[in-house]
Design a protein around this ligand. Structure first.
Ligand SMILES: NC(=O)c1ccc[n+]([C@@H]2O[C@H](COP(=O)([O-])OP(=O)(O)OC[C@H]3O[C@@H](n4cnc5c(N)ncnc54)[C@H](OP(=O)(O)O)[C@@H]3O)[C@@H](O)[C@H]2O)c1
Length: 314
């Protein structure tokens, strides 16, 4: 029984160190980059990306664990059905993403780029403050990340709504957050949202869903923040809506292609804040403990609390 660290194209070192610190003495931790291991010993793999064809090398694979909350790059079509795919779950990461989103939102609603320009010109000019209650926040996704974001906005006085696939009722919902779900719910949420946050997993249903048609349902002058996955937002449509003044701005932490090419418009556009997928970072120790736990549970035939629904894609 062994664990393989297979985080290509991301560096392995920090994951190897954390796993070697927490794995039981009789569970070796192999490095895919270093090679020289026996694939037949591998029962758990910690990965970011797992291409079609890769699973065939590991005849005794039981669990495929993501280094992040998303598993979109792990769900290879030929993954055997008996392999459980798990996500990382780190409340600290969700908290960091909420901080990032609130920072982007306040930068926009409190006009910080405008005041930075004025400062550069030594200009003392006040502008009206937009009251929080006039800036309605809509959060797509009400899972670990989306709920942390919604929870962060409520005490700041912003009216907050959340969107999920299924209705979130009772203790599944964040107090003070208006719930929407499904296709009809999306149109209704967009129509009442001045500040849209995407915190959705990438699945066939969410790929390309933020496009000209859906973003045009937002009120004129809305702002968009994407911390989900780049493939959910059609960047060319966003650009057109920004240039047409339909949207007032965007903060993007994730992109259709990462990193965007040096000549990609997102780097230069005056209405875009672009950051390199840094909204939240999963603790290596949390990932390592969850990977070991998933392997031990698989061997004991116990339920996997972090298993994703492979059919739903998250
Ligand atoms: N930028 C970053 O640094 C960063 C870091 C971590 C995560 N992320 C991204 O954030 C995503 C969400 O993470 P999470 O931990 O919150 O995931 P999660 O706990 O699995 O929650 C996913 C949420 O999205 C909703 N959803 C999924 N498909 C939907 C659909 N077709 N229509 C409507 N709602 C849908 C789910 O609805 P139900 O409640 O009905 O299931 C759920 O509320 C990750 O998959 C990843 O892509 C980004």
């Amino acid at each position: 029984m062994a664990i393989l660290v297979y985080t290509h194209p991301l560096p392995e070192d920090s994951y190897l160190a954390a796993l070697r610190a927490v794995a039981p003495a009789d569970v070796p931790v192999f490095s895919h980059a270093a090679g020289g291991y026996d694939p037949a010993q591998v029962q758990a793999i910690l990965a970011w990306r797992f291409k079609a064809g890769a699973a065939a090398q590991f005849p005794h694979l039981r669990v495929l664990c993501s280094i992040g909350a998303g598993v979109d790059k792990l769900l290879a079509p030929d993954l055997p059905p008996q392999v459980t795919v798990t996500r990382a779950s780190d409340p600290g990461q969700a908290q960091q993403i909420a901080q990032y989103v609130v920072a982007c939102a306040l930068r926009f609603t409190r006009e910080l780029p405008l005041y930075a320009q004025q400062q550069a010109q030594a200009r003392w000019q006040r502008h009206p403050v937009r009251p929080a209650e006039q800036c309605r926040v809509g959060v797509l996704g009400q899972g670990q990340v989306g709920q942390a974001i919604a929870r962060a906005f409520v005490p700041l006085g912003y009216p907050v709504a959340g969107w999920s696939r299924r209705p979130r009722l009772g203790d599944q919902a964040v107090p003070g957050v208006q719930g929407f779900h499904g296709e009809d719910g999306l149109a209704a949420l967009l129509a009442r949202t001045d500040l849209l946050v995407c915190a959705l997993p990438l699945t066939p249903a969410t790929q390309g869903m933020l496009n000209r048609a859906t973003l045009s349902l937002l009120p004129r002058g809305a702002f968009v923040i994407n911390v989900g996955r780049g493939e959910q937002l059609v960047e060319a449509d966003l650009r057109a809506l920004l240039d047409e003044q339909q949207l007032a701005g965007a903060a993007l932490d994730v992109f259709e292609r990462e990193p965007p090419a040096p000549d990609n418009w997102v780097w230069q556009h005056p209405k875009v804040l672009a950051t390199p997928h840094i909204a939240g970072e999963v603790s290596r120790m949390v990932v390592a403990r969850q990977t070991v736990d998933a392997l031990l549970r698989a061997r004991a035939g116990q339920p996997q609390p972090l298993a994703v629904d492979r059919a739903a894609g998250y």
